[in-house]
Design a protein around this ligand. Structure first.
Ligand code: DGL
Length: 271
């Protein structure tokens, strides 16, 4: 048993969809979350900048006595997981591996779509794992840069003409390609599940990268006997690099519940 917290970070609020999954799948675990809201988005930045920011995010999280780190960001997981995990003496989990493996496994027609940020698509990280796991797979990758700002601005509901227009514009080629599995390769995108599913149709399986990595974390902690005490309830602490002013309201949309726990601002450039 190990009651130390798990550190989770993202470029901003998107990683909270992963925390929502942790609350569902691992309710006894304590989570320290850092969202780099002052420097979001990472998805349009260079490799070196993403690695530099990720190192600072991890350095801040390591001021806590953690048992593991979850990179709840498709961009950082694609661009920097190997560098970051080689520098740490605790397990570091990224969203790419488990989600790509699941996609390779669940597809029935071997046509898999990937939507993510420009940086994630550019690394080819998802494709490499999927092709290795399923050499028959045809992979259709697409950067959807407008999704993150629309999600951050609450334009996520079915019937919202702006998001429905953008979804149709981006995803028409995916639909025409006949993908039967679509990876939501950015942790902001689960908030668009309903709109995307409505457009793609019920026969297409959508994979949430946060849910997949949480399954992997849970099984690793179980295997190493490091799960938290099942009689305790985990708690949450929130840290952001921009003002904390609107955090609770926005975070409640990502977490699907009111946010009442303390939130603090961190001067992340100092790390
Ligand atoms: N949550 C980030 C990701 O999963 C997207 C936002 C960004 O571009 O930083 O890639």
């Amino acid at each position: 048993m190990d009651n130390r917290p798990i550190g989770v970070f993202d470029s901003g609020m998107g990683g909270l969809t992963t925390v929502r999954e942790m609350a569902k799948q691992m309710p006894n675990e304590t989570v320290i979350y850092f969202g780099d809201t002052g420097r979001v988005p990472y998805g349009s930045r260079s490799h070196d900048t993403i690695v530099k920011y990720a190192r600072q995010d991890v350095a801040f999280l390591r001021t806590f006595d953690l048992k593991a780190i979850v990179i709840a960001c498709g961009t950082v997981s694609s661009a920097a997981l190997s560098e970051i995990s080689a520098e740490q003496d605790i397990p570091v989990f990224g969203v790419v591996g488990p989600t790509a493996l699941r996609a390779a496994e669940v597809t029935r027609n071997n046509r898999i779509g990937l939507i993510a940020t420009k940086a994630t698509v550019g690394t080819g990280a998802y494709e490499r794992v999927m092709r290795h796991a399923n050499p028959m797979a045809e992979i259709y990758s697409l950067a959807c840069p407008l999704f993150v700002p629309l999600v951050e601005n609450g334009r996520t509901c079915p019937g919202d003409v702006v998001i429905e227009t953008v979804v149709k514009d981006y995803l028409t080629p995916m639909k025409e390609a006949g993908v039967d599995t679509l990876v939501l390769g950015c942790t902001h995108y689960p908030l668009l599940t309903e709109v995307i599913q409505n457009f793609m149709g019920p026969e297409v399986t959508l994979l949430d990268s946060g849910a997949e990595v949480v399954r992997q974390v849970r099984s690793r902690l179980h295997a190493s006997n490091q799960e938290a005490d099942p009689d305790r309830k985990g708690y949450y602490r929130w840290y952001v690099s921009d003002s904390t002013e609107n955090f609770s309201e926005l975070a409640s949309r990502f977490l699907g519940r009111p946010v009442t726990e303390p939130v603090s601002q961190v001067a992340i450039e100092r790390y």
